[in-house]
Structures are given as C-alpha cells and as structure tokens.
Design a protein around this ligand. Structure first.
Ligand code: ASP
Ligand code: MG
Length: 408
C-alpha cells in the first residue's frame, strides 16, 4: 500500500462544487488502495481578503494576531472537505496545523517547520481514514498559531510527505504541470514531463510561481518525490526529481523571467577597498535584497557599480544611496525601474558550451540590448528593457527549440 500526500490549492477548493470534485478525486485515490493525506489551501481569494481586512485595522499589524487571522482560511476548507468526504462515504478527519502538531519556530508570518508529530495522522490512516490537514500553518513551542508565508501550503504538503515518508507528494493546482515558460507569453510552451529539483528551484526563484520555493528546497533535501498536476484535467503532470546520471539532459529546460526588478547604477566611485561594502552594506541593513551585482573595471581610479533590487524597494534603495553617493563623492546615481530579467535554466548547460553565445546571438538578431549579464552553473540571466520581455522570451524559446519534446 502506498502513502500519497495530495495538496490542493485555492482555486481547486474555490467553491462547494469544487470541494466535492476534490473529495471525489481523493476518494478515488483511496479506493485504489492508497493511504491518503490531503493538504488544502484556503478558498481562492480568501487569504487576500483576510490580509486586506487586517490592513484596514493596521497597515503593520501585530504579527501574532495577523497569523491568528490568516490561518482561518484553511480551517474552513479542511472542515468542508472532510464533510464532503464523509458524505461520500469515505471516512475523513480534519486537523489544523496546531492539532497535528506541526511545530514551527515563532517567526510569525513566515515561520519555519521544525518538527511534525505524526501520531494522530498515523492512527487515523491505520483506522482507514483520510487525513485532511490545513496548509500554511503550524504552532510554536508555546502553542501560538503561526503561518508559513504566502504559498506555504505547498511546504506543508512536502513536509508531511517527508515526515511520513510518503511515496509521492502530489501538488494539484490550476495548471497541468511545469512549463518550459509561461504559456501566456509563449503559446507553444510545452509541459515538462520532468525537471530536476535544482532547475525547479531556479525556475521558482526566478519568478515562475507554480510552487513555493521553500517546498522545493524541502523536497530536494528530504528526497520527496514531488509531482505537479491539474485538479481539473487528467494527466501525468510534471515530476520533480533528481538528475539521472544515465539520462541525456536537455540543454535548456526552461526560461524564467522576472518583471519585478529595478536597476541602480552609481557612476564614478573611488576604486578602493571597502567601496562595495559602503554601497551595498546600508542597502542590506535596510533589509533590501540585492540580486545581480556588477562592478566595472576601474579607470582613472574610479569605477562604476550596478545592481538590481525588487521594484518595490527601488525608491527606498535610491534614497539610501543618495546619501552614500554624496559621502563617496560619486559622479552620478541613477535608477531604472523599467527593466526585467530573463533567464535560461538547464542542468545540461554544465556539460555544453555555447549556450550563452546562442542566447546573445538570438537577442542581437532581435535588436534587444542586454544591460546586465550573470551566470551560474545551470543558469544564464540577462537584464533587458521591459518592453522587450515578450520578444526576448519568445525568440529564446524558439532558438532553443523548447516547443519540441527532447529526443528520447
Ligand atoms: N492560503 C495561503 C496563501 O494564499 C497559503 C497557500 O495557499 O499556499 O498564500
Ligand atoms: Mg500556491
């Protein structure tokens, strides 16, 4: 008998009809002879609605209370789904995160899971029941309710699968798998049969929002077999797994992009030890995440510095750096919020040269100016003007033949 963890996202449980539909899918899995644990999100839009309510009371609410509030969305769906299962004649029981107990640290609004007590869950499985667990939440050592950050139900699913050594963790969502890129930008984007944890991490962190990043990290660390599937259509979905040694890896698996970037350039700063720290230190101290960084080769004892931040942090970062630029006697400080990052991701890059040159040639042919470049073992990213995003992604998708299935 296999143990399957199934996680259903907000749209999959967005109405009573959809909850009944989920119940039927869960029951079918159970009747096929599996033990089933189901993790659900709140009904679609509910978490946003709750956050909006809290903002009307206080834009920066007490985070303990924020977690008490936003954790309620999932309590609704676990109860409704369990009712639906019981009504269908499939015995089920619901648990909040605290009831399981999913023990977390006390970092309200973005807590991390420390431990999972499996006793309740095991006992129910043994008694032939489906166990329905609220995603996105847990409780800390003192019993305070905590939440795991937006999209955290994915992480609940993977963590339960890891703790109970499930045979597979299935993430049901409104898309039927992980695609070579966003099909809204490239209509002939292709569903991937499989992708490695490493690639998925890059795709997720680069703005492909199918899975919460932390859930992928977790799955990689604990070797959880993870599959993304549609709750509305039948299909194999995408398996997220290890790199198989004997398998020929495609050169590029996907193209990720991020519209939320902004660029800051400081020109003519003294080319001396400690300058990078003087510029980036205060930005980091203000809790602003820095992404790409480029320092030019110095000339005339000065150099130029360019880096990117999240667009939401752009003005704040510029304000901090205005002061720094004066202190350093920089010649000029400027910002550009109309840029995007486009990245090629693929483990096959490791063993093949020429990916970068094909990328640059393709962009040149389209007349797209590259503003920044950065590379890592399995990724090449470029920053380009926002208006070229669609063109760049489509041209690259075409150039690397991502619409065609790789030869088996
Ligand atoms: N309901 C939470 C959210 O919307 C958690 C989740 O759905 O994964 O972020
Ligand atoms: Mg989600």
């Amino acid at each position: 008998m296999a143990l399957i963890v199934q996680k259903y996202g907000g749209t999959s449980v967005g109405s009573p009809e959809r909850i009944m539909n989920v119940a039927r899918k869960v029951m079918a899995t159970k009747q096929a002879g599996n033990d089933v644990i189901v993790v659900v999100s709140a009904m679609s839009g509910e978490t946003n609605r709750l956050i909006e309510l809290s903002k009307q009371i206080d834009p920066n609410p007490d985070l303990r209370e924020y977690d008490v509030l936003v954790a309620t969305g999932e309590q609704v769906t676990i109860a409704l789904l369990s009712m639906a299962l019981n009504k269908l004649g499939c015995p089920a029981r619901s648990y909040t995160g605290a009831q399981v107990r999913i023990l977390t640290d006390s970092t309200y609004s973005k807590a991390r899971i420390l431990d999972i007590d499996e006793a309740n869950v095991r006992a129910d499985l043994q008694a032939g029941r489906v166990v329905v667990v609220a995603g996105f939440q847990g409780s800390d050592e003192q019993g305070n309710i905590t939440t795991l950050g937006r999209g955290g139900s994915d992480t609940t699913g993977v963590a339960l699968a890891a703790a109970l050594k499930a045979d597979e963790c299935q993430i049901y969502t409104d898309v039927d798998g992980v695609y070579t890129t966003d099909p809204r930008v490239v209509p002939n984007a292709r569903r991937l049969d499989r992708i490695t944890f490493e690639e998925m991490l890059e795709m997720a962190s680069l703005g492909s929002k199918v899975l919460q990043i932390r859930s992928v990290e977790f799955a990689g660390k604990y070797s959880v077999k993870l599959r993304v599937l549609s709750s509305f259509e039948e299909g194999p979905g995408t398996l997220i797994t290890y790199e198989e040694q004997n398998m020929e890896q495609p050169l590029i698996s996907g193209i990720a992009f991020n519209r939320d970037e902004a660029k800051i350039t400081m020109l003519g700063v003294p080319d001396q030890p400690g300058v990078a720290y003087k510029i980036l230190g205060p930005v980091g101290d203000a809790n602003i995440e820095i992404d790409m960084i480029i320092q030019n080769v110095g000339a005339d004892a000065t150099t130029d510095f360019t880096f990117t931040v999240h667009r939401n942090d752009h003005q704040k970062a510029l304000k901090i750096l205005d002061k720094v630029a004066k202190e350093l006697g920089a010649r000029e400080l400027n910002g550009d919020a109309n840029i995007v990052k486009v990245s090629l991701v693929g483990v096959g890059m490791r063993s093949h040269a020429g990916v970068a040159s094909t990328m640059f040639k393709t962009l040149a042919r389209e007349g797209i100016n590259i503003r920044m470049i950065s590379t890592s073992e399995i990724k090449i990213s470029v920053v380009v003007d926002e208006k070229y995003l669609e063109l760049a992604v489509r041209a690259l998708h075409d150039a690397f033949g991502l619409d065609k299935a790789p030869a088996a």
